[in-house]
Design a protein around this ligand. Structure first.
Ligand code: SAM
Length: 315
């Protein structure tokens, strides 16, 4: 297996497949990327149609080529995934049988130094998933007041030394604007105490994660998209979500738990029929990649997979 085999591919297919076997089934891949998961599922199920969404125009263009064999049953849309309700309405699709979220950054985005997502390579501080977006990581670093910058690093990077890093960024930009990922990596390294530099991998990792989330409004979009996706799933349909850091996973866990909760008001002697759970969880806690998969594809190391099946219509 190499980095081009999508994370937990076989498990994703196994979980979605029972919901997608009927002719006419529709799967939304909300994070199409290079269509690795999508291709695996489309090639197994000849009656399946796919709606593929990605905010990155390059991902959509390349996936169109990669999925050429399935051209008659795919619709690809460049959009943020929280636009799902409008996309389905415009396509005249009232409900779908599956939704997949494989969250975060794709390997091609990380590996292309020009995109500025990787602290491992020097590049301009960009980090936009949608290259037409107006906010870059350089804008965040060079314009946010120190307090706001520290909050971004703390909230989205869970960075303990957020304030020190933010202050160092502000000092640096008073001399000259920050422009490169390498300089940012150095500033982070210099800002944190020496013992902390020796643990937990590259100390810039959390800062890069935080900036990426801010630049792309990732968590806000996810918090809107998950309930919208659950609402769009038909009875018997399934959702599978792969998260790569704790903030994403928390959002997924909460959304699925809310879907699987009985909403009978407290104090009533018996559960109300209309308040019974709409979903049942298909995973116990979060599933992780095996050691073999992580050895072959280190990007699978942090993954947490959760899934649920719709068991009831809306009340
Ligand atoms: C981990 S990759 C998906 C890889 C894909 N499953 C595959 O097999 O190739 C995540 C993709 O989601 C896209 N993405 C991230 N946030 C998004 C959002 N809010 N709306 C739409 N697409 C998003 C990224 O541009 C990226 O291409």
């Amino acid at each position: 297996m190499d980095a081009h085999v999508p994370v937990l591919r076989d498990r994703v297919v196994e979980l979605l497949r029972p919901a997608l076997e009927a002719p006419g089934a529709v799967l939304v891949d909300a994070t199409l990327g290079r269509a690795g998961h999508a291709r695996a599922i489309l090639s197994l199920l000849p009656g399946l149609s796919l709606i593929g969404i990605d905010t990155d125009a390059t991902a959509i263009a390349e996936s169109r080529d990669l999925l050429i064999a399935f051209a008659g049953r795919i619709t690809l849309v460049q959009a943020v995934y929280d636009e799902l309700p409008q996309i389905l309405a415009s396509l005249g699709v009232p409900a779908v049988q599956g939704v997949l979220f494989d969250l975060g950054v794709s390997s091609p985005q990380l590996d292309n130094p020009e995109r500025g997502f990787s602290y491992a390579q020097d590049a301009p501080l960009d980090m936009r998933m949608n290259q037409a977006g107006s906010l870059t990581a350089a804008d965040v670093l060079n314009t946010y007041p120190a307090d706001r910058l520290a909050r971004v690093l703390r909230d989205y990077g869970e960075e303990r030394f957020a304030r020190r890093i933010a202050d160092a960024v502000v000092r640096e930009r008073q001399r000259s604007p920050l422009a490169s990922t390498q300089r940012l990596t150095e500033i982070v390294r210099e800002s944190i105490p020496a013992p902390a530099r020796r643990t937990g991998g590259n100390p810039a990792k959390r800062t890069f994660q935080a900036l990426r989330i801010e630049v792309n409004g990732e968590l806000d979009a996810l918090h809107r998209a998950l309930p919208a996706a659950l609402d769009a799933i038909a009875v018997g349909g399934r959702i599978v979500a792969l998260a790569y850091h704790s903030l994403e996973d928390r959002a997924v866990k909460r959304a699925l738990a809310a879907g699987a909760a009985d909403t009978t008001p407290p104090g009533l002697p018996v559960p109300l029929e209309s308040s019974r759970p709409r979903f049942r969880l298909l995973t116990r806690g979060a599933e992780r990649a095996t050691e073999q998969e992580v050895a072959a594809n280190p990007r699978a190391a942090p993954v947490r997979l959760r899934a649920a099946e719709r068991v009831r219509p809306a009340a």
